[in-house]
Design a protein around this ligand. Sequence first.
Ligand SMILES: [Zn+2]
Ligand SMILES: [Zn+2]
Length: 285
Amino acid sequence: MTDTSVALLGVKGGPAIKPGSNMPSSTLLQMNSLNILVDAGLGVTRAVCDQGLALTEIDLIIITHLHSDHYLELGALFHTAWVAGLRTPIPVIGPAGLNHYWTAFLSSMQYDINLRIEDEGRCDLAGLTRISEISEGLIYDQNAVKITALRNRHPPIRDSFALKFEACGKKIVLSGDTTYFAEMIAFADQADLLVHEVLLEAGVDALCASLGVTDDRLKQHLMRSHTAAPDVGRIARLARVRRLALNHFVPGADDRFSPQDWEVGIRQTWDGPLTIGTDGLKIDL
Ligand SMILES: [Zn+2]
Ligand SMILES: [Zn+2]
């Protein structure tokens, strides 16, 4: 039995950053001595190192869906792991289309990659991963770690997944980006930790107002594809999880809203243990 932990590397919803904001999505799970990275948003490479983990020690990467805030830095992460000495491939499980990103990344960096192979004697970066396509159901069952994917509801994207990790008697569920849907309750049933994305409706109104939006399309889009705070609390309660942690805050960079605002939304429906995520926060289980 080894330590189980979840580090919230980047908790901001959406791809933009600004001074003082959190960074986009990535999460590091450590279970049964495996280091599993979920998503690779901007800042992931630095954030993994800040957890005291060498890039060469990542065992598995899963990409939940192809919004840029979840995979923009995947290529740079691999390139940096490569120059940091990675020689053993890291498998990646992600949606159809990720292969195209990877081959296009390699092609865009071809000059540098070829130079380092010839000039520095490095191995070929192209051989350092193999990407397999994610689908619903059991996606990984090795080293006494089981990972199950559930297609969530994140329109217009169809290939978007919640993930459940089971090892060492612990169960961890990550919602991914999703609107409220009832299947999440059974999927997260009695999890030791549910990490759920969250949207603050008042924050969305403020966001739309600040952008000068005159109709409700942006608001409707956000409400259709993300989960309002009281619904997140409801899922945690009905699923009887042991702890709820929040990430992927929408809006994610509005200093008019403080952690207290998110807590007020959640406390309408959930009175159990609650962690308001911040970048770099590690939760030990
Ligand atoms: Zn996102
Ligand atoms: Zn998304």
